[in-house]
Design a protein around this ligand. Sequence first.
Ligand code: NI
Length: 175
Amino acid sequence: MSQLPIQIIPAAVLRKVAQPVAAVDKRIAAFMHDMAETMYKGNGIGLAANQVGSLDRVITVDVSDERDGKNVLLMANPEVVWHDPDETFTYNEGCLSIPGHYAKVTRPKRIRMTYLDAAGKKCELEAEDLLSQCIQHEIDHLNGVLFIDHLSKLKRDMILRKIDKEQRAEDGHVL
Ligand code: NI
């Protein structure tokens, strides 16, 4: 396994739509494990392929307290097939690609989804609360959508301006 470099906003790949994988072959299975390692090292509870510069529809998720790899979800072609139309859940979201910024995002509380696991087996999963929230955040990434897109324009612009300022400060050259 190896850790992959994380793409930070405004990297173009974060705005691209990832494509379904034809099958979970050896390359995709190895990629899933590299993504999981990258997620754990970054202290993230989820990661999407775009965030490591790939456009294969793959996400990894682990919302457990242990974070020891035993509860990791390695998912290719994840698809929400149903979401709760009535109840919502709100969570203070952050993102490894938007470091240091958090905002409350409201999403459907419960979802049902399908995906291919690391062995290529088609699986179904019902998720609620934080797990549901995290999966929806990661599937958004595969569609080029970031959590800041769920905020008001005012809040989004405020975060984008701060990021721009931080990045300029890092770049330096102000003489
Ligand atoms: Ni994210």
